[in-house]
Design a protein around this ligand. Structure first.
Ligand SMILES: Cc1ncc(COP(=O)(O)O)c(C=O)c1O
Length: 418
């Protein structure tokens, strides 16, 4: 066993994790369809999505998605995304982190995931399509490994991962682990902050050390912040986060339950972002970053509210949702205590999931499949970097409490038989 607090994965192992993730999705779709065919419509308890299954914005905000959308915003607008939106993102970021971004540092992307892929490709693939296979991308896990499928499988990139999912350690690197990252001699280090599925932040000191060292060694750092929603403490960096070798990707998919509009953004140096046919924006090509105008208007409204909350102490339009989520999380934790066979509930800083380790003699996938027989869906966490035999599942607690309770009862039933 390694004396390091992380599992080191090569590209083949990362693809294995992706394949497990895909297999899980194929299996449950098949199971639901077979159940429908045999038994007609039945309620399935799916607490596996990692996001909200319904809109969470209040009615007046949702109106911006329809009647109140701005008729002057154009679908074929700037490829880099609508200027007002980019300005608002820069303003909000500056308030949060004491940075001095402007709209030239923001490019809208069709989601955080696409933003990450386009950024990696921009850095790793030279004009003319040449990839230096020796240059590595180092992913710090746990994270959503499907995001690295395209770099590995389609482009043949050398992606490796350090997964901080070992028992007995916090599931995130500390500054003592930074040397191990640079020993890999990567060209890019990708940090998911907070990670997925746990939702644990990398502490600022570690991130700062990592970023400073990357500057010295000419390495890029990409920080994926999409899981930063419903956090116990607001994420606040300092102006050290703003550097020409640091790229940050984010989206409103989880925080505001707006995944279907495929909005997202990258915060980076403007030269790296490029324009219509150059840089990361050019890499988007026909996959334009300018979301449907209704999505743009709604997002602008939400971001203005967040800005006002910080600047003027205005009421957050998410206050009600967050109060409900706190109740739901408490209720899930209480319910988990009533069933036997739960070994551990991992610490959560942010996001709307709890990573839960079961006392189960088998893999997370076998457990997930047993749960499917009870019409219950929980996400096996080995697609994110846990070992399959760790039997860790990710439970999303944003659903109706009765519904979540039914799912946990099914877990209790399966575990009591194991
Ligand atoms: C770490 C991480 N980044 C990005 C995404 C996807 O982001 P988007 O929906 O904005 O493309 C996910 C989805 O779960 C994720 O876990």
């Amino acid at each position: 066993m390694s004396d390091k607090p992380f599992h080191r994965r090569d590209g083949v192992e990362i693809i294995d994790a992706v394949d497990r993730f895909v297999e899980y999705h194929d299996d449950f779709h098949e199971a639901v369809q077979a159940d429908r065919k045999a038994n007609g419509h039945q309620e399935w308890y799916s607490v596996d999505r990692g996001t909200f299954s319904e809109p969470i914005l209040p009615a007046d905000a949702l109106e911006y998605l329809g009647a109140k959308r701005d008729k002057r915003s154009f679908a074929y607008g700037e490829e880099v995304g609508e200027a007002r939106l980019r300005k608002q993102i820069a303003q909000l970021e500056n308030l949060k982190h004491d940075t001095s971004y402007d709209e030239s540092n923001i490019a809208m992307m069709p989601g955080a995931w696409a933003g990450l892929e386009f950024a990696i490709e921009q850095i790793m693939i030279a004009d003319g399509g040449r990839i230096n296979k020796k240059d590595a991308v180092l992913a710090i896990g746990p994270t959503l490994y499907q995001m690295f499928d395209r770099p590995i499988r389609r482009f043949g990139m050398n992606v490796i991962a350090h997964d901080y999912t070992m028992q007995g350690v916090e599931h995130t690197p500390t500054k003592e682990n930074v040397d191990d990252m640079f020993r890999e001699q990567p060209k890019i280090i990708v940090v998911t902050n907070p990670n997925n599925p746990d939702g644990v932040f990398v502490d600022n000191e570690t991130l700062k050390v990592l970023i400073e060292r990357a500057a010295e060694e000419g390495i890029y750092v990409i920080v994926d912040e999409i899981q930063n929603c419903f956090s116990r403490e607001e994420l606040r960096y300092g102006n050290w986060i703003q550097a020409s070798h640091v790229l940050r990707v984010d989206s409103p998919a989880k925080r505001y339950s707006m995944a279907e509009y495929r909005q997202g953004w990258i915060i980076a140096d403007s030269d790296l972002l490029g324009k219509r046919n150059r840089g990361i924006v050019g890499n988007m090509s026909g996959t334009m970053g300018n979301a449907p105008r209704a999505g743009n208007t709604a997002l602008l409204h939400v971001l203005r509210n967040e800005t006002d909350v910080i600047r003027k102490g205005a009421d957050s339009i998410l206050a009600h949702t967050h109060a409900e989520l706190a109740d739901k999380e408490r209720s899930l934790v209480d319910k988990l205590k009533t069933i036997e066979g739960i070994a551990r509930v991992m610490r959560r800083d942010a996001c709307i999931n709890l990573a839960v380790q079961a006392d189960f003699k088998g893999t997370d996938m076998e457990l997930a499949k047993r749960l499917m027989q009870e019409r219950t869906l929980m996400m096996p966490a080995s697609g994110y970097g846990y070992q399959p035999e760790d039997s860790v599942l990710r439970i999303t607690f944003s659903e109706d409490m009765d519904y979540t309770n039914k799912a946990v009862e099914a877990l209790g039933k399966v575990l009591s038989k194991s």
